[in-house]
Every structure is written in C-alpha cells, then in structure tokens.
Write a protein that binds this ligand. Structure first.
Ligand code: NAP
Length: 278
C-alpha cells in the first residue's frame, strides 16, 4: 500500500483565484490590498520564501513591499510606521530575527487587523479564546488541507510534533476547536515514537529532516508534514521520511503540500484585511 498524496496545489489555486478576484474589486474601488514584509536576516532560505510571497502577491494583484532592517530596534521602528500607514493592510514579520529578539515580543507592534500571519500575542490569545483573529497561515493551511481531503477530526487523536508559537501551538488549538483529542510533543518528549504511533492524524512541524520514520506511524494514519529543510544536496525535504508512505493512509508531500496553501491563505488574509479596512 502507498499513502495517498495530500498535495496542496489545487487547493492553493482555488484560494488564490478567489483572493485575486476580490483584490481586483478592491483595486477598482481605490484600495489595492498591500502587504509589507519586514525582514532582518541574511538567511537564504528565508529570503527565498519572502521572494516567493512577493511573486505570488504580484500575480494576484496584491502590492507587496519588502522592508529590510538589521536590528531589533530597526524592526520595532519599521513595524510602528507600518501600523500607522493606512495604505498598508497586512504586515508580516519574517524569521529568523536578530539574536535575542523574540517574534511574539516584536510582533506586539502589529495591530490585530493587520496581523495577517497571526504573529502577535494578541492574535494568538484571541485565537485561543475563540475570538476573531488571523491564524498563523501555516497552522490554518494544515487544517485547510485536512478539510480539503475530508479527513475526520471529530473525536480522533491528533498528535502534533513541535510546540512553536508559529506552528505547533496554533495548530494544536485549531485541532482542538475541531474536537480532536490533541497531544503536543516536542524535543524533550520521552519516547516520541510511542506517542506518535497513537495518532490518527499526525502533524509534524519540527524542522528536522526525516525525524519521523515508518516506526513512528500507525498503519492508516494521516500525516501532515509541515517541515521545510534544505538538504546537503540543496533539495527541499520535509520532517517525514518518504518511507512513511508505506505505512500511512495519507501523507502530504514536501514540497507541494502545506507550503502552497500557506502562501495562498496569507494572500487571502491580506485581501480580507484590506476589505475590512474600509
Ligand atoms: P521551531 O520554532 O524551530 O520549532 C520546532 C519545534 O520542534 C520545537 O517545539 C521543538 O521542540 C520541536 N522539535 C525539534 N526537534 C525535535 C525532536 N527531535 N523531536 C520532537 N520535537 C522536536 O520551528 P517552526 O517555526 O515551528 O517550524 C517548524 C518547521 O516547519 C520548520 O521546518 C519550518 O521551516 C517549517 N515551516 C513551514 C512552513 C510552510 O509553510 N510549509 C511555514 C512555517 C514553518 P522544543 O520546543 O522542545 O525545542
């Protein structure tokens, strides 16, 4: 048996088409949606990700400004300006950040209405409390992919590997909201395989290539691989060993799974923020 491949490209195309149509309407009304991405890193993988967002935004009629700074103070000053700029509807702060800076701390300067990647503590708090907020696009993409392929969550055991504020924790909350029973595991989890084998739905967001092998997965499980790792050969690889396809019922590929849906949802958030700004 080989697992079904939960590709995200078709879903991403559908989400982007809708965002593009709405962006065109808003532009005609004199309010072209505009995203500002703030970076403070020389990391090449991060730069490539930001370029791909700008490229995708351009294709869908969304303006995108890339703002580069090098210090935490520079990030704070840039975010403060963007918070007050009525022409900017969405603000995203790209990681990694300068040494010692915390995303949640700096992202406090992004107003909730512009926080299109759900990075601020206010957005995360609102999400956890069940109040309207933009969820981090990656976390929302995991749920969107599961829904697209009609994966049942109600009453199922979901195991999340990773507890970051950007992916692991918000994914766990979104799964909980959908009535899954959720276990969160992390680098200090004792006997990871014993935990992950309990999963009906396994979401892996650890940033460790091939962390999850066939021995971590129960036959019939659905596995969503969020990981993006650059191998020594320069290829993009997930956190899940491809051999897991021999055990799982379904597995999302890297690249081509969560990634394209994340970008599409980010663009949708920018358009929603622009629509709400009127
Ligand atoms: P992160 O902040 O580095 O967090 C990684 C998490 O994984 C931490 O909670 C860590 O545990 C846990 N972990 C690390 N090694 C582990 C191990 N051996 N066993 C169990 N847990 C382990 O990373 P992130 O920002 O959440 O991103 C995770 C991955 O998703 C990365 O590969 C990133 O590139 C990718 N990503 C993809 C997208 C997309 O759109 N596809 C978007 C964002 C991120 P501790 O808390 O104990 O350290």
């Amino acid at each position: 048996m080989t697992a079904a491949s939960l590709t995200g490209r078709e879903l991403a195309t559908t989400i982007r088409a809708a965002a593009s149509a709405r962006a065109a309407e808003l532009t005609v009304a004199g309010r072209q949606p505009r995203l500002a991405v703030v970076t403070a890193t020389d990391d090449e993988a991060s730069a490539a990700y930001v370029r791909s967002i700008a490229n995708a935004a351009g294709k869908e009629g969304i303006a995108c400004d890339l703002l580069r700074t090098t210090t935490a103070a520079g990030v704070s000053a840039t975010l403060a300006q963007l918070a007050d700029d009525p022409e900017v509807h969405g603000v995203m702060l790209q990681t990694p950040l300068p040494e010692g800076a915390l995303l949640a701390d700096l992202a406090r300067a992004i107003p909730a209405g512009k926080d299109v990647d759900g990075a601020s503590p206010e957005s995360l708090g609102r999400l956890t409390a069940g109040l309207p907020a933009f969820a981090p696009a990656t976390a929302e993409a995991v749920l969107a992919l599961l829904d697209y392929y009609h994966v049942e969550l109600h009453g199922r055991h979901a195991v999340v590997v990773g507890r970051s504020v950007v992916v692991g924790k918000p994914v766990a909350h979104l799964l909980l909201d959908r009535h899954a029973t959720v276990t969160i595991s992390h680098s200090r989890t004792a006997d990871l395989a014993a935990i992950t084998r309990q999963a009906d739905v396994l979401v892996v967001a650890a940033g460790r290539a091939s962390l999850i092998g066939p021995e971590h997965v129960s036959p019939g499980a659905t596995v969503i691989d969020v990981g993006t790792n650059v191998t020594d050969a320069g290829r993009l690889a997930g956190d899940v060993d491809p051999a897991v396809a021999g055990v799982a019922a379904a597995l999302s590929p890297v690249p081509g799974g969560v990634g394209p849906v994340t970008t599409a949802l980010l663009l949708r958030h920018v358009v929603e923020a622009a629509a709400a700004a009127g």
